[in-house]
Design a protein around this ligand. Structure first.
Ligand SMILES: [Zn+2]
Length: 454
């Protein structure tokens, strides 16, 4: 028993199969010293009772109540960390104006390291408290404050993927928020990669660097080429925006005669570890490239409703087995909860399926058969996100990292009301997805380390 750090005894939900879920009523999940799941036992297993007694005797057993549920940690594939102070503001503007009027002036403030030190701890704590155990972050163009974000994630124990943003195209970036030169930005990016890998306390690489061209319009060809070379050299994760809106899609077509995916592919930026935020206007060829390279899509449904000008083809992406997870897209959408993003993803697909105009007959109003289910959305948020970040998270299975949370429905300020004699396991899971908030999330672990305890 020495190698076991602790065990958790109680009920859990997870989604080993896309589109389905598994409920275990009284499982014992055992976690080793490295934070990896050593075994998952059920009452019929031979060693079950023995292990419970041993763990209990050595005070290493966490026993859940009948109102508590162990669930995998949530993965947020797209967060703009510096935009947290802007969350909930200016969402009436189209993307271009929103960036110029709100976002770029705010991001420019992160030249001041003290400002970064004010903002980043609050954001990382909010995400962890909402159950986000893994987050993929855009920082800003400033290497020093980007490194501060990486340090903060490490300090609070969040699995994180942090990118120093790159943007050097003078016709698209305001003079107060642009790289001083392409060459210098590439040097800083390379140094940033090395610094994150070598951060004090990052021996297990809980925090990873991400190569981050902001999006096609903000980057010169030299920048995209240089970042592609760094991607190949360091085998890093890559994140960027992809065909997010009519304007962004049209920009690439007008300037290069290509789609974003084709351009990124040309520059060596499409790899198994690439995360493409949004990806609304994908062509069949784009889907082929994404599938072939093993890159992933970060579906950000609420921000799509504000900025995308069209609906995401989530149903087709799931059916086509493209890698896909969910993103909050703070602050293109204001809510720091991937549970909420699940609800948004379902609602987004339902509006797409039904259509909107009351002047059109029901049968022709929407796109039939395009809905996704709550369980599929939850799969995207956990297993799908884990595949996208190329980490073994999102399931309670031997060999998976123990990134998990406990939902407690029996608290005074809970919106979740479960009626045991009326609610099936599926009902309970759907209620939790729809109605939980941060008060219900009592404990959170990342890699076996407890990071939230209420
Ligand atoms: Zn974004």
């Amino acid at each position: 028993m020495l190698e076991i750090k602790f065990g958790i005894l109680g009920q859990y939900f997870h989604c080993p199969q896309k589109g389905d879920f598994e409920y275990a009523a009284q499982a014992l999940v055992m976690v080793d010293q490295q934070g990896v799941i050593a075994a998952v036992l059920h009452p019929q297993d031979e060693q079950y009772a023995y292990n419970i007694e041993s763990l209990r005797a050595s005070s290493k057993l966490v026993e859940l109540t009948s109102a508590q549920y162990l669930m995998p940690g949530m993965v947020d594939l797209h967060v703009h960390a510096p935009q947290f102070p802007q969350a909930g503001k200016g969402l009436d503007l189209p993307l271009y104006d929103w960036l110029q009027d709100y976002t770029f002036p705010l991001e420019a403030k992160f030249a001041d390291l003290d400002f970064a030190k004010q903002v980043y701890p609050r954001l990382v704590n909010s995400l962890l408290a909402n159950g986000t155990t893994s987050a993929v972050y855009f920082a800003t163009i400033h290497a020093e404050s980007s490194l501060e974000l990486a340090r903060e994630c490490l300090k609070q124990g969040q699995r994180a993927f942090v990118g120093k943003v790159n943007m050097d195209e003078p016709t698209q970036c305001p003079p107060f928020y642009i790289e001083s030169s392409t060459e210098q930005a590439l040097q800083q990016t390379e140094q940033f990669i090395q610094q994150v890998i070598a951060l004090d306390g990052n021996q297990q690489q809980l925090v990873s660097p991400v190569i981050t061209p902001r999006f096609v319009p903000s980057c010169t060809v030299e920048m995209l080429q240089g970042l592609g070379q760094l991607t190949q050299q360091y085998q890093c994760h890559v994140q960027t925006h992809c065909s997010e809106s009519d304007w962004a899609r049209d920009y690439s077509q007008q300037h290069y005669g290509k789609t974003d995916v084709a351009l990124y592919h040309d520059f060596g930026l499409m790899t198994r570890k690439t995360i493409l935020a949004h990806s609304i206007f994908l062509t069949p060829d784009d889907c082929e490239v994404i599938k072939h390279t093993g890159a992933s899509i970060a579906h950000c449904p609420l921000s799509n409703m504000y900025f995308a000008n069209a609906a995401m083809q989530t149903r087709e992406i799931l059916d086509n087995d493209l890698h896909c997870g969910l993103g909050s897209d703070i602050a293109g959408a204001p809510i720091p909860s991937i549970f909420h993003t699940c609800l948004d993803a379902v609602s987004h697909s339902r509006v797409r399926e039904d259509g909107t105009s009351t002047y059109i007959a029901a049968a022709e109003r929407g796109e039939a058969g395009k809905r996704i289910s709550f369980i599929e959305a939850y799969w995207l948020a956990t297993v799908g996100g884990g595949i996208a970040i190329d980490a073994k998270v999102g399931l309670f299975q031997t060999g998976y990292e123990f990134d998990a949370l406990i939902i407690d429905t029996d608290i005074d300020d809970s919106n979740i009301y479960i009626v045991d004699e009326m609610d099936s396991a599926k009902d309970k899971l759907e209620k939790i997805i729809c109605l939980n908030n941060r008060q219900n999330i009592r404990k959170v672990w990342v890699k076996g380390q407890q990071v939230i305890n209420k």
